[in-house]
Design a protein around this ligand. Structure first.
Ligand SMILES: [Zn+2]
Length: 473
């Protein structure tokens, strides 16, 4: 490729993949009619009304207070657990108390993996206890644990180059440098399979995080049928660095690992709350978050915040007597953490009517820090309509449109089917500090930032559900 062509491509990738709306506008020139642009601009007063109600009116701090009450009562809400089902019942009751009756639940079969004993000790060159968190669906070790020498690798290529006979009977530690979550997370999700295929007896992964106070980060991983399932867990950045340093000095590192867990399936539920549209009730704009969380921490950030701003949207519109032309449906997905299970079940169950989903939104993957805009999946024209809507949020600096077609959250299931959608984009710099750790608690959340998220989320959902134009596919 010529230098000029490469420069143009580079420019395109940098500036179009994360563009503020002002920069995004040239891409849209000619795609939207003047009438539509004018119509979207006319929603400024409605947006202002929603912001006043949430930031200075009756709803001020309500999202934070309700979220705090919820996570303090239930704590972590793992897939398949009774506490998750109790928390779903609680949300239904809370919504009914607010005068919204149009609520249904849909049963979903979900994985139920329960962590029991987890203990890791370095026994050579010295005794040291190492904090671990088993990864989702990990199998157990023998009951008295297993001891083995460690091999440390940065990536899958390094592991591939080591002869199988040198991996057999060992524990593989994947020690990847954190670049982005989507790039680095493969060492968590596929590490056990790659190590198991070469004969390792267990695998460990350096937590998928850029920062740590000796905190391991859990998360899901997937075995493959043909490969022997081996126990797998995450360790902290500090302990991964420690083991790496000793290993690089050519000293032998021996670990003893004991893990036990149980695994079966249970019935859980997706929850659907409708604010019926005035003109096209069969057409849907969906706002959503997942109600399940990891067992450690409170699941306040992932995804309690997203859950509660999506709970608030229909409620606020009802209070303000703002009924959009299309139906606004709020969905609380179940069992996201163990593989988007609730989302897949919904898509399959409603497949013959999914042409009615005009736009699908989920607040997950960046927390509910100060809103900055939306990550949008869909056609250029779909993105241009959303970009025009985002122009209304300049005063709160939430006009950024990030292009993506892969979000790592529930709505991927729908985007892949060609349904346009978006996730909330926030000032997410600290998100992966807390993600999937015992530190995912209410202390991460801020009442003013949550109010901004609620107001932004509700306004965008209302405008998209009410404008004359459909979001095209
Ligand atoms: Zn999440």
């Amino acid at each position: 490729m010529s230098f000029a062509a490469r420069f143009i491509l580079y420019y395109f990738i940098i500036f179009v993949s994360e563009a503020r709306v002002q920069e995004y506008s040239p891409v849209c020139r000619g795609l939207l009619s003047e009438e539509l642009i004018k119509e979207i601009g006319s929603y400024r007063h409605v947006k202002d009304e929603i912001f006043r109600y949430v930031l200075d009116g009756d709803f001020k701090r309500r999202t934070y207070d309700e979220l705090a009450k919820f996570v303090d009562i239930f704590g972590g809400r793992p897939s398949g657990s009774k506490v998750l089902e109790d928390s779903i019942d609680y949300m239904i009751q809370l919504t009914q108390q607010e005068g919204i009756q149009d609520i249904v639940t849909e049963d979903v079969e979900v994985p139920h993996w329960v962590r029991e004993t987890e203990k890791l000790t370095m026994v050579q060159p010295r005794i040291k206890n190492i904090s671990i968190l088993g990864l989702g669906k990990s199998v157990s070790t023998p009951s008295n644990g297993l001891s083995a020498e460690v091999i440390v690798v940065r990536n899958f290529d390094e592991l591939e180059k080591i002869p199988d006979k040198d991996v057999e009977g060992k524990i593989v530690l994947f020690d990847p440098k954190f670049t982005s979550y989507s790039e680095t997370v493969v060492y968590r999700s596929q590490g056990a399979v790659k190590a198991g295929a070469k004969g390792a007896v267990a695998s460990l992964v350096r937590s998928i995080a850029p920062f740590s106070i000796n905190s391991p980060h859990t998360g899901n991983q997937n075995y493959e049928d043909k490969v022997k399932k081996i126990p797998t867990a995450a360790i902290s950045l500090e302990d991964a660095d420690l083991i790496r340093r000793i290993y690089d000095r050519k000293e032998k590192v021996v670990l003893n690992i004991t893990m036990s867990s149980t695994y079966d399936t249970k019935i859980s539920r997706n929850t659907l709350i409708d604010l019926k549209g005035t003109n096209y009730p069969e057409q849907l704009v969906i706002v959503s978050g997942h109600i399940d969380s990891w067992d450690v921490g409170q699941g306040a950030m992932d995804d309690g915040g997203g859950l509660f701003i999506s709970w608030a949207a229909p409620l606020i519109l009802k209070r303000l007597n703002l009924r959009p032309k299309r139906t606004l449906r709020s969905i609380f997905w179940t069992a996201e953490e163990l593989g988007l299970v609730g989302a897949y079940a919904y898509e399959e169950k409603h497949r013959d009517k999914n042409h009615n989903i005009n736009f699908i939104m989920e607040a997950d993957g960046e927390g509910t820090f100060a809103p900055r805009g939306l990550v949008v999946g869909g056609t250029s024209k779909a993105r241009c309509i959303v970009a025009e809507v985002l122009k209304l949020f300049e005063s709160v600096n939430a006009t950024t449109l990030v292009e993506s077609n892969s979000f790592g959250t529930d709505i991927d299931v729908f985007i892949k089917k060609g349904i346009p959608g978006a996730t909330l984009h926030t000032s997410n710099e600290r998100y992966y500090w807390f993600h999937h750790t015992a530190g995912d608690t209410m202390n991460v959340e801020d009442p003013d930032e949550l109010d901004l998220c609620t107001a932004f989320w509700t306004s965008v959902a209302y405008i998209v559900a009410d404008i004359s134009a459909d979001i095209p596919r």
